[in-house]
Design a binder for this molecule. Structure first.
Ligand SMILES: [Zn+2]
Length: 455
């Protein structure tokens, strides 16, 4: 124990030294001027009470100072008057399937049309204050190409993390990486790993629930071998599950996160207790299930400003007609209408026992969906202040990126959203966006490729 104080001091000293270094812009980026946001009410993503009259200083890509005392303002800084406004971390959606991708097994290069569709979806996220997404299953050659362009600063985009194709049993949920025998099929995982997935998404589901046909599952021992193999390559894992049994099995097979809540039934006390001990991050994904009955019963949501801003008029028309008609006869519409409140309550319960468990995921592809997820969390009994933590810090934790993302603290990457009203009193205020900053640079929302900018 006597060793500890010295070690702590050393660690702290190193941390301070690291902070004192000028933030280093990525090689490909033109350096942005420092940004000083003054007099703002800070909602830092940690769950702490909002801090009035705060100043946040951004240098290069990172946040360097946060506080209410006078701070050392770097020269040449762009000063933002934050009085009467609210600053929160950029939102993170940890379950997206970006529009534009085709067959997940395809290795064809991304086409210009795919890039246009994907970019429009990416812009919808940025417009809505979503600065990071995790694509949980897509055509690898499409999503990895966009990820490379984002990282090379060749496109305006939220940060992209992606799995590419997903891993499952032959005939199981997802694909195209089908694993049956071990170690022979390891070569298939190596093909997936060659694309450098940020996380692996595994598909695991049972037979015949909802409108599903009979599908096969990975046996428990094989599931564990797969997860271990990814861990040996330093790749984190997430898994599609829909029932509690599969969720528990996956947790004990070593999975890092759950890509969905349990939706087939109310969770048992046993599951609650396991999560109390394990704190396995779980994506909320309420929006996809609710979207069917919402479109059929309340199509007027498409008139809300955020949807008008980012959905093409032709797409709104298609949703109101063809898509709505197909949902009316789709068995999923009624099933999901019944089960969404069950999933909401399951999510509320887990958030109540461990404030770091639930992360924000939509299973969809637009920034409007991300905001719908916040609304559904709150409608299910999650306090608005918790919903912000879920959409920021907890989602960074889900991705294993908490060192860099998810909160407004010195040393973190500067992904920030300035709001005109307080989202902790009304979650709808999270839509009153005045400024979006990603990687220390202000996003020009008026230049995003969206219908709102074509008027
Ligand atoms: Zn999904």
């Amino acid at each position: 124990m006597r060793m500890l104080p010295g070690r702590v001091t050393l660690t702290l000293g190193l941390a301070l030294a690291a902070l004192a270094l000028p933030a280093r812009p990525s090689a490909r980026q033109t350096p942005a001027p420092p940004i000083v946001i003054r007099g703002v009410t800070l909602i830092d993503g940690t769950g702490r009470a909002p801090l009035p009259n705060a100043t946040v200083i951004v240098e290069g890509a990172r946040i360097t100072q946060v506080g209410t005392q006078p701070l050392t303002v770097p020269s040449g800084a762009q000063v933002v008057d934050g009085r009467g406004k609210f600053l929160m971390p950029g939102l993170i959606d940890v379950h997206v399937h970006l529009n534009g991708g085709g067959n997940r097994a395809s290795t064809q290069p991304m086409t210009p049309q795919q890039e246009r569709t994907g970019t429009a979806a990416l812009h919808s996220f940025l417009y809505a204050g979503v600065t990071t997404i995790f694509d949980a299953g897509n055509q690898g050659s499409f999503i990895f190409a966009l990820r490379e362009k984002e990282r090379a600063d060749q496109i305006v985009s939220p940060r992209i993390f992606a799995t590419g194709g997903t891993v499952t049993s032959p005939g199981g949920h997802g694909g195209p990486f089908y694993i049956e025998s071990w170690p022979q099929d390891r070569a298939i995982l190596d093909t997936h790993l060659a694309g450098k997935p940020d996380l692996v998404k595994i598909g695991q589901d049972e037979h015949g629930w909802m409108m599903r046909p009979m599908i096969t599952k990975l046996p428990e021992d094989l599931l564990e071998k797969i997860i271990r193999y990814y861990h040996s390559k330093a790749v984190r894992s997430t898994i599609h599950i829909s029932n509690e049994h599969d969720a528990i099995e996956a947790i004990y097979a070593g999975v890092d996160t759950l890509a969905h809540p349990v939706i087939q039934s109310p969770i048992s006390n046993t599951f609650v207790n396991i999560m109390k001990v394990k704190h396995i991050p779980e994506a909320s994904t309420l929006t996809i299930g609710e979207s069917y009955s919402r479109l059929v019963e309340h199509p007027e949501y498409l008139d809300e400003p955020l949807y008008r801003a980012i959905l093409e008029p032709a797409e709104i028309q298609r949703l109101r007609t063809t898509v709505s008609a197909s949902y009316k006869t789709d068995g999923r519409t009624a099933w999901m209408k019944v089960m969404t409140p069950v999933a909401q309550e399951n999510v509320r319960k887990l958030n109540a026992i461990g404030k770091d468990i639930i992360a924000l995921g939509t299973d969809l592809s637009s920034g409007a969906d991300t905001h719908r997820e916040l609304e559904l969390l709150v409608a299910g009994g999650v306090p608005p202040a918790d919903a912000i933590v879920i959409g920021t810090r907890n989602s960074a934790r889900f991705l294993g990126k908490l060192d860099d993302l998810g909160t407004i603290e010195p040393g973190k990457l500067a992904d920030l959203v300035l709001l005109a009203a307080d989202p902790t009193t009304d979650i709808n205020h999270a839509k009153q966006i005045e400024m979006v900053i990603k990687n220390g640079r202000v996003i020009d929302r008026s230049k995003l490729e969206l219908p709102v900018n074509r008027k």
